[in-house]
Design a protein around this ligand. Structure first.
Ligand code: PGA
Length: 242
């Protein structure tokens, strides 16, 4: 699974150019999902273009609201996302935990609200550089995974995104990724009642130079790509050759 996370980038023209170029260069395979997460304001345009080009790319939202019982200026409900054609939502990204002050109970609610509407959460977890240095990575990851009720776990895609690797150009070493993905998968098995393995994707400075080595690991079920996903030819190459 290859996910493009555009963050707060783009314009109508850039979205049109990207989808046109990707549709000319990418070879979508049924068994390898491709998910495009543009800013929420461009979801509608994106799905229209994806349909027009008959491009087998799925749509994901960077935003989702769980507080559904009261009027909420600025809220985007899971139902609206379904109406817009979204099948995925990124939840728990470190940038939202930091800049939107998302707390644990909001994350739990968002995950549950998404699943109730059949939107698959891409649940981001990862340690910061301090936690990496002081050797508390596993505790941090366990705490982030413990938030999710075991019956919801089987509906997730987990994205391991070490915070120190996001947007820094400093991707995690493959040995670090392998060790961490193995830990996450094993830990999920101990707390989940599902027999199916939950996909664990890696994100953090993935680019044209490092994707092959990272994705070649059988413990890596996909890539969550930020900055490098903006360039359509490079993104298509990463998809086609991973
Ligand atoms: P990056 O972002 O690829 O630019 O490091 C990844 C992400 O934040 O999802």
């Amino acid at each position: 699974m290859i996910i493009a996370n555009w963050k707060m980038n783009g314009s109508k023209d850039l979205i049109k150019d990207w989808i046109t170029s990707v549709s000319e260069n990418i070879k979508i395979q049924d068994e390898k999902e491709c998910v495009f997460c543009p800013p929420v304001g461009y979801l509608n345009l994106s799905i229209e273009l994806i349909k027009e080009k008959e491009l087998g790319i799925k749509l994901g939202s960077q935003l989702i609201e769980s507080n559904l019982s009261q009027p909420l200026t600025g809220g985007v409900s899971p139902e609206m996302l379904v109406d817009l054609g979204c099948e995925y939502a990124i939840i728990g990204h470190s940038e939202q935990r930091t800049y939107y002050n998302e707390n644990d109970s909001q994350l739990i609610n968002k995950i549950e609200a998404a699943i109730e509407e059949n939107i698959k959460p891409i649940y981001c977890i990862g340690e910061n550089s301090e936690q990496k240095k002081n050797g508390t990575k596993q505790e941090v990851l366990m705490k982030q995974l413990d938030l999710i009720k075991s019956n919801y776990l089987s509906h997730l895609v987990v994205a391991y995104e070490p915070i120190w690797a996001i947007g820094t150009g400093e991707n995690a070493e493959v040995s670090h990724i392998n060790e961490t993905h193995a830990f996450i998968k094993e830990y999920i098995k101990t707390i989940s009642n599902t027999a199916n393995e939950i996909p664990v994707v890696y994100g953090g400075s993935v680019n044209l130079n490092n994707y092959k080595e990272i994705y070649s690991s059988e413990l890596v079920n996909g890539l969550l790509i930020g900055g490098a996903s903006l360039e359509p030819i490079n993104f298509s190459i990463i998809y086609n050759q991973s």
